[in-house]
Design a protein around this ligand. Structure first.
Ligand code: F3S
Length: 390
């Protein structure tokens, strides 16, 4: 059983209201299941379960009820919604979906969450420092926070991240404890063929499963880490990795790791080919995880001297934060497709609009066929930009 302070006991007894009591009950139940000894303060939360597509009518009723009884007590940013709040009609979203999504937005707003609506909160102001404890729910953000930023978080569920946001604490177990952050296998990547870093993440996720890998030969930019980790977390259940390259080491010493796996470049190319899918698509979707300002700039630079090909629809998914920072680049990209904020190709009701979608995201290759009911095709970013322009 977890040790609770007097104040925490009072919250659990309902002395601070029914909403905080429910949130505390959830944290205590989780802590007891995972053998936590205590609750620890968090610097921020990141709450998933914001799209009507993923939480449905039952989720709306839960949030509407809960929002009358509680408020968050720490910074708590929200994951993407099922639509772009300003361009939902031009996306093709139906009125009924929009009105249900609007109820979710109102409920979260009453709870006091921050309307970032992105899976990259660390690029939009909610960026924890090394060693800080947070309670984040989005898998791609969780793996980035643990692995690249050096923050400490478990992969929370939507309700547990919300409960942590309300109480301002989480149960101390799993990746909040240094002894659980050691690598359990080593993966030596020979080299990553051009543009296949999301596929490298996908393959590492499949190989690692639930284990924390330490990856050697990994020399990626921050944006490449974002896509690499997202694919890994989706293809496996990995919430953290260590890595090293000739310039530096992040993570921990691998001397106690018993298993080492070599990953030749040819295996990454084979995997990319096996996920290649169709040669023609209804939709080309870029921006999973949401495009950073640097990625918007790089795509706009490539496209500015080309013309749209218009053989399929195109979505560039990004955060409103990045969108506002890149007005010139957004203007270029808009000639080639829709630049969407607040949402993405996985949590939007894409299955009502398209059947065949191409993406440069390893994570999307996991979820487009399942949640999105799409025939999904992987291509590196550059190949997709070539395909949509001439
Ligand atoms: Fe983000 Fe949607 Fe991909 S939430 S990581 S863009 S599936």
């Amino acid at each position: 059983m977890m040790h609770l302070s007097r104040d925490e006991e009072r919250t659990l007894a309902g002395e601070e209201g029914h909403g905080r009591q429910k949130a505390m009950e959830l944290l205590v139940a989780l802590g007891d299941i995972y053998g936590a000894k205590r609750l620890i303060p968090i610097a921020s939360a990141q709450v998933s379960g914001a799209s009507f597509k993923t939480i449905g009518d039952a989720g709306i009723l839960f949030l509407e009820d809960f929002s009358q009884k509680a408020k968050v007590s720490v910074r708590a940013s929200l994951n993407p919604l099922g639509l772009d709040l300003r361009r939902w009609r031009s996306m093709g979203v139906e009125n009924e979906f929009h009105s249900k999504q609007a109820r979710i937005v109102r409920a979260y707003s009453a709870l006091g969450t921050e309307p970032l609506y992105t899976c990259t909160p660390y690029l939009a102001g909610n960026r924890p420092r090394k060693g800080q404890h947070v309670a984040w729910a989005e898998s791609s953000a969780t793996v980035f926070a643990n692995s690249y930023l050096g923050a400490m978080t478990n992969k929370e569920g939507g309700p547990s991240a919300l409960a942590a946001a309300i109480i301002g604490k989480t149960a101390e177990y799993g990746l909040h404890l240094p002894e659980n952050r050691r690598p359990e296998l080593r993966i030596d990547i020979e080299s990553i063929p051009d543009g296949l870093f999301p596929i490298a993440g996908y393959v590492v996720g499949k190989v690692a499963g639930k284990r924390i890998p330490h990856i050697t030969g990994l020399d990626l930019s921050p944006d490449e880490h974002k896509a690499f980790g997202a694919a890994m977390a989706a293809a496996g259940a990995v919430s953290m990795y260590g890595y090293s390259n000739p310039r530096h080491t992040r993570g921990v010493n691998t001397s106690e790791v018993e298993e080492t796996i070599s990953l030749p470049a040819s295996e990454l190319t084979e995997c990319a080919n096996s996920l290649g899918g169709d040669a023609e698509w209804d939709l080309v979707a870029l921006g999973c995880p949401h495009c950073s300002p640097a990625e918007l700039r790089s795509m706009a630079r490539y496209l500015e001297r080309r013309r749209p090909r218009r053989s399929s629809d195109v979505w560039f998914c990004t955060s409103r934060h990045a969108y506002a920072r890149c007005p010139k680049e957004v203007a270029v990209l808009k000639k080639f497709g829709k630049v969407l904020c607040d949402t993405c190709m996985v949590v939007a009701p894409i299955e009502r609009m398209y059947n065949r979608t191409a993406s440069d995201s390893g994570k999307a290759m996991v979820y487009l066929p399942t949640l999105g009911k799409q025939r999904a095709s992987f291509r590196p970013t550059r190949a997709l930009l070539e395909a949509i322009s001439c």
